[in-house]
Design a protein around this ligand. Structure first.
Ligand SMILES: Cc1cc2nc3c(=O)[nH]c(=O)nc-3n(C[C@H](O)[C@H](O)[C@H](O)COP(=O)(O)O)c2cc1C
Length: 272
């Protein structure tokens, strides 16, 4: 299929004006600055129906779901034609939204075998806008999708309310970078190369404790330096406890840092 060279942004939140939209829009603004045509689509306007796991499995050969699903037809054709993809999700219960999951599960079923998206440049972003928990685990289904579809994904963008302004800026930069790749698909030479590529991406292989440490670091990074220093010492203590074989004590310390950071952050935002 001919690609249209567009950087396509998909907003996976039912809230059209929310933070996912802000981040995806920022990525597309970056892409537009770099000269690429862009298009933003709200998944809320095209809700894909659940894959029914029908047998015989004809959609992998027909490249079409046998059940009528206008939303899936529309979205899958847009993705197939795109020059690059930005996929954004809100984090719900430490996970990707249902709007995104239904789309990617059906994409697997129809297209994973023929892999028409090989080498497509992409990146994913997730906004854990409440506690911030799930900022990495919410990204994983998206990167699993990119990997299974053999796309060439750039680094993921985990966003929380604590690092939101920085994340918007980073989304713009990633948008610019992806725009420069949008005219060319760069398929991997083999499975091994692809697996190593995905293993090398930041954040995705963090365990739960490391994910929580990242969140605590975001929570305190947003504080002014006079408030940040004492709290940051707590993170150093947590690291030293982990290094001395005390993971539970370490994580409890991380939680204290997080709670102090979050409380101060909330206090500041109430003042504004
Ligand atoms: C059902 C549900 C579950 C949520 N779970 C989490 C969560 O696990 N972690 C978190 O930080 N925020 C959570 N939130 C808050 C959302 O991530 C936050 O509101 C985010 O801004 C939503 O994105 P949006 O602004 O694009 O709609 C949840 C919200 C809802 C509605």
């Amino acid at each position: 299929m001919e690609t249209d060279g567009k950087v396509l942004g998909l907003v996976g939140s039912p809230n059209r004006e929310g933070r996912t939209n802000q981040l995806v829009a920022a990525a597309l603004e970056g892409a537009a600055r770099a000269g690429a045509p862009t298009e933003l689509i709200q998944l809320a306007d095209h809700v894909v129906a659940a894959c029914k796991d029908c047998l015989p499995w004809v959609c992998k050969d027909n490249l079409k779901c046998i059940y009528e699903d206008e939303a899936f037809e529309y979205l899958s054709q847009k993705i197939l034609a795109s020059g690059a993809l930005v996929l954004g999700t809100p984090v719900y219960w430490w996970d990707t939204s249902g709007l995104v999951k239904y789309l990617i599960l059906k994409m697997f079923r129809v297209y994973a075998s023929s892999a028409p998206l090989q080498g497509l440049p992409a990146f994913g972003l997730a906004i854990a806008g409440g506690t911030g928990n799930g900022l990495v685990s919410g990204l994983r289904p998206i990167y699993h999708f990119f990997q299974m579809m053999q796309m060439r994904a750039k680094e993921p963008l985990p966003a929380t309310r604590f690092n939101f302004d920085t994340a918007v800026e980073r989304a713009g930069k990633l948008g610019e970078e992806i725009a420069a790749m949008a005219n060319q698909r760069l398929p991997f030479s083999n499975l091994e190369e692809r697996l190593l590529w995905y293993d090398a991406l930041p954040y995705l292989s963090l365990n739960r404790a490391a994910e929580r440490r990242l969140l605590a670091a975001f929570a305190i990074q947003s504080l002014p330096s006079h408030e940040n220093a004492a709290v940051a010492l707590g993170l150093a203590r947590a690291d030293s406890l982990a290094a001395s074989g005390k993971p539970l004590d370490s994580l409890i310390e991380v939680t204290q840092v997080y709670e102090t950071g979050a409380k101060t952050f909330e206090g500041q935002h109430l003042k504004k």
